[in-house]
Design a protein around this ligand. Structure first.
Ligand SMILES: *Cc1c(COP(=O)(O)O)cnc(C)c1O
Length: 470
């Protein structure tokens, strides 16, 4: 047995092998060494477990080359989204607009005035860059941007309700994406959750009865990813604000109202067939602070945006947690680059990818599906058909949203759908689709124009390898 250990090739020798050495054009030597070490460690384990009878040098080289061929330079990389879910949390949510990307590059490749006031020639604040523009867009007095909406809610509740009560309807105690749960956020903030009403019905009188000297916040939460239908009642922003006013008449320390809107829609989407609460409507209703994400319906980078009353936002700016939640220059640049286009809503619908995908017309989608189908049809070993499907907006926005779209079904030889899914997911540019009624398909709504050639080339390669092996 010990003889086998001695037959394991030397790392130095393997590094000199021409077929391994050729990978130096793509990888650093330490990356190649890591693959070699991994392969040799596997061999040692196999020897130890008596699973090997002999070691062939050529076989070891083949294993290493195979691994290097599969190895990607980066872990985080581009994929093709054929799922039809526009704001796909697993696939990076919103795509940035060209203006946003350009601005990020310009700002990050150079020194910049991140915290420098160019007028006064002295230290400035990073929070000033987008604040004015965002406040103007939603009609609020002030704005503050943090890392994500979870941080926005945590910061707001921590700042105004530490050791005090936060009143929330039982119908709004939501969990979003597994790790964001309203009851846990409130607990982590050091506040006390005061649940009112029931899952399906909450009345203004429930809030009123729950109010006491220790009440600090009436918190409204958009139940982003689910929808209660049937015998329901929810309290409107107007009602909450009127209760707040009534209660505050006799209080030393006023109660404040906060709404966690989740997706944060800046423009009326109803012409696409969907209605989502607008940030500006919440502000208009008199809610003190409204929080939302930057990378959901807004279509920008990951960020948490807080808009509302200036005196409250000024207090948030002084809170020690803000330092922990502060945004990077990349986020500020991307956000500024995104939201500027909202000054012309029609332009925003063309330039911001999330909005553009929502507004793709049925005829555009059909045309794109047929074009992809025609090209796939020419590939030997692969067949296709076009079917009508429904896309969703996703990202905890509009849970019941169903946008009519077209799917291009891909059939490879006699592979079952889950096998096609696996094969396409493991390509150099992974192609992620979805399975509907045992058919693997790509919903064309979330495909980019530049994805089409990649899909065709990938399928072509798969088709040819089938033909070779059969
Ligand atoms: C998505 C969402 C969050 C979390 O936002 P992130 O930006 O992902 O941190 C919080 N609340 C609501 C209602 C949401 O929809």
């Amino acid at each position: 047995m010990s003889d086998l250990y001695r037959e394991i090739p030397q790392v130095a020798k393997l590094l000199e092998d021409a077929s391994i050495k050729s990978f130096l054009s793509r990888f650093y030597i330490s990356e190649i060494k890591e693959v070699i070490d991994e392969t040799l460690a596997d061999l040692r384990t196999k020897i130890k477990n008596n699973e090997l009878k002999e070691i062939k040098y050529e076989e070891v080289v083949r294993l290493i080359v195979e691994k290097l061929n599969k190895k990607q330079i980066y872990s985080l990389r581009k994929v093709i989204n054929g799922t039809g879910t526009i704001i796909h949390t697993n696939l990076g949510r919103s795509l940035l607009s060209e203006a946003a990307i350009k601005h990020v590059i310009e700002v990050c490749a150079n020194y910049n005035n991140l915290e420098y006031n160019l007028v006064k020639g002295e230290r400035g604040s990073r929070y000033e860059h987008v604040e004015g523009m965002m406040a103007r867009l939603v009609g609020s007095e002030a704005c503050l941007v943090v890392n994500n909406n979870a941080a926005a809610v945590l910061l707001s509740v921590s700042a105004f309700a530490k050791n005090k009560e936060v009143v929330v309807s039982r119908g709004e105690l939501v969990e979003i994406g597994g790790s964001f749960r309203i009851p846990e956020i409130i607990e982590t903030s050091g506040a006390i959750l005061r649940e009112v009403g029931t899952t399906n019905r909450t009345h203004l009188s429930d809030y009123e009865k729950a109010t006491n000297d220790n009440t600090a916040i009436y918190l409204k939460v958009h139940p982003s990813n689910y929808h209660i239908i049937g015998f329901t009642n929810n309290v409107t922003n107007d009602e909450i604000v009127s209760l707040e006013k009534k209660m505050n008449k006799e209080r030393v320390k006023p109660i404040i109202t906060i709404e966690d809107l989740g997706s944060g829609c800046l423009i009326d989407l109803s012409s696409s067939g969907y209605k989502e609460n607008l940030v500006s409507e919440s502000i208009k209703s008199g809610i003190d602070l409204v929080t939302f994400s930057g990378d959901k319906l807004l279509g920008g980078p990951q960020a948490g945006i807080i808009v509302g009353k200036k005196n409250l936002i000024d207090q948030l700016k002084k809170h020690p947690l803000l330092r922990a939640f502060r945004v990077d220059k990349m986020t500020i640049a991307a956000l500024e680059g995104t939201i500027r286009d909202y000054f012309d809503e029609e332009k925003a619908k063309r330039t911001i990818p999330t909005l553009k995908m929502i507004y793709l017309s049925e005829s555009e989608l059909r045309e794109r599906a047929l074009m992809l189908y025609e090209r796939i049809k020419c590939i030997e070993g692969i067949s296709s058909e076009v079917i009508r499907v429904y896309s969703t907006i996703g990202g905890g926005s509009l849970p019941h949203s169903q946008l009519v779209s077209y799917g291009v079904v891909i059939k490879i030889s006699n592979y079952p759908a889950h096998e096609i899914e696996r094969v396409l997911r493991n390509q150099e540019v992974p192609i992620i689709g979805r399975i509907v009624n045992d058919k693997f398909l790509l919903d064309v709504r979330t495909l980019l124009d530049s994805d089409i050639d990649i899909i065709i080339n990938t399928l072509d390669r798969i088709g040819r390898s089938l033909w070779k092996t059969s």
